[in-house]
Design a protein around this ligand. Structure first.
Ligand code: PMV
Length: 332
C-alpha cells in the first residue's frame, strides 16, 4: 500500500467539493515522554515502537486553508511566504498532493506557530495536525479522530499525537497498510494532569543540524545500540504507565529522562553520528542533575534539537522559576 492509496481508502465516499471558502484550525504541539525514534516504513511513517506524549495545550500551530485559483500552492509561515525551492515547501506540497482530487486543486495555507520552528520543539507535529483538521473542515468530511491521526501521521509521524490535549499514546500497529497505526488519548486523573508542568528551555533557535527524518534513518540502518531500542521502549512504556496511574511523578520524570538519553545514545553510535547537543545542552543537563541532588524534583527530556524541556510538578513552580528565569513555563 502506498500513501495515496491509504488516503483514498480513508476518504472513500467523502466529498471532494469544499463546503466553505476557508477553514482555520489549531492543534497543540506535543512532547514525547517515551520517544518515537525509527520507522518500519518510511513513506507511510510507520514507527518501530509505540510512543507516549504530553500536549502543550496553548502552544502549537494555527493553520488557515483555502482553495486558490492560481494554479500553484502558496504557503505562508508566520506571515512569510515559503519559497518554492525549499525542503519545507516540498514537504507541504507532497502532503497537499493527497487532497487535490480530480479537480486538481491548488491551496493557500497560512500557518502561525507560537513556538520556534525547527528547533526540536515539534512545530511540524502541530503544523500537520492543524492542517489535517483544516482539510477536514474545508471539505466537511467529519472524519473520526483515528482517521485524522492517520492522515496527520503521513505529514510527520509525531503529528498523529497532536490531535488531543493531555497524555496521548501512538499505537504502532502491525498492518502493512498502516490503518492500525494512530494515536489515542490516555485517560489520566485530571488534577494530576493539571499538576504536570513543562518548562521550555529555549537557548538555541537555529535550524536543526539534520532533520529527524534523516537522523532516524541513519540510526535504524547503522546504530548497534538501536537493536535494543524496541525492547527499551516497551519496558519504559509499561513502567511510565504504572507510574502515571500511581501519580508517582518522580518515576514518570526519571523514565522520561532515561528514555530521551537512550534515544540520543542510539544516534551517537550511528554512522554518520548525530549529536543534537550544544555546550548549553550539557550545561543545563548538569544543572538539572545538580538541583535534583539538592532535592528539587525536576527532570528533562530532549528531542531532535539542542533545547531541553524541564518536567516538574506545579507545586515547584516558584522554585523552578527562580532556578531558570530564562525558561518559558507551560502550565497545563
Ligand atoms: O515526527 P518527526 O518525524 O518530526 O519525529 C519526531 C521525533 C522526536 O521528536 C525526536 C520524538 C517524538 O516522539 O516526538
Amino acid at each position: 500500500m502506498n500513501a495515496h492509496k491509504l488516503v483514498q481508502k480513508i476518504l472513500s465516499g467523502k466529498s471532494t467539493q469544499a463546503s466553505r471558502s476557508l477553514a482555520t484550525c489549531f492543534a497543540p504541539t506535543n512532547i514525547a515522554l517515551i520517544k518515537y525514534w525509527g520507522k518500519r516504513h518510511s513513506a507511510l511513517n510507520l514507527p518501530m515502537t509505540n510512543s507516549l506524549s504530553i500536549a502543550l495545550p496553548n502552544k502549537g500551530s494555527r493553520s488557515t486553508l483555502s482553495i486558490n485559483h492560481l494554479g500553484k500552492d502558496c504557503y505562508f509561515l508566520n506571515g512569510q511566504e515559503v519559497e518554492e525551492n525549499t525542503e519545507f515547501y516540498r514537504r507541504l506540497h507532497d502532503f497537499c498532493d493527497f487532497f487535490r482530487f480530480k479537480e486538481n486543486y491548488s491551496f493557500t495555507i497560512h500557518t502561525i506557530n507560537n513556538i520556534p520552528t525547527a528547533a526540536g520543539l515539534a512545530s511540524s507535529a502541530s503544523g500537520f495536525a492543524a492542517l489535517v483538521l483544516a482539510f477536514d473542515q474545508l471539505f466537511d468530511w467529519q472524519l473520526d479522530k483515528s482517521n485524522l491521526s492517520i492522515l496527520a501521521r503521513l505529514g510527520s509521524g509525531s503529528a498523529c499525537r497532536s490531535l488531543w490535549n493531555g497524555i496521548v499514546e501512538w499505537e504502532k500497529g502491525n498492518r502493512d497498510d498502516g490503518l492500525d497505526s494512530f494515536a489515542f488519548p490516555y485517560a489520566l486523573d485530571q488534577d494530576f494532569l493539571d499538576s504536570l508542568c513543562v518548562g521550555l528551555l529555549i537557548f538555541d533557535k537555529e535550524k536543526k543540524i539534520i532533520s529527524s527524518r534523516q537522523a532516524m534513518l541513519n540510526t535504524v540502518n547503522t546504530s548497534v545500540s538501536y537493536k535494543q531500542w524496541p525492547q527499551q521502549v516497551e519496558q519504559d512504556l509499561s513502567a511510565i504507565k504504572i507510574a502515571l496511574e500511581k501519580q508517582d511523578f518522580n518515576t514518570v520524570g526519571l523514565i522520561a529522562e532515561r528514555n530521551a538519553l537512550a534515544m540520543h545514545a542510539t544516534m551517537a553510535d550511528s554512522h554518520p553520528s548525530t549529536n543534537y547537543c550544544i555546550e548549553k545542552t550539557y550545561a543545563y543537563r548538569e544543572k538539572i542533575w545538580a538541583l535534583r541532588k539538592k532535592g528539587l524534583a525536576i527532570y528533562f527530556t530532549q528531542d531532535a534539537g539542542p533545547n531541553l524541556k524541564i518536567l516538574f510538578m506545579r507545586s515547584l513552580l516558584k522554585e523552578v522559576q527562580e532556578a531558570f528565569p530564562e525558561s518559558e513555563i507551560i502550565l497545563r
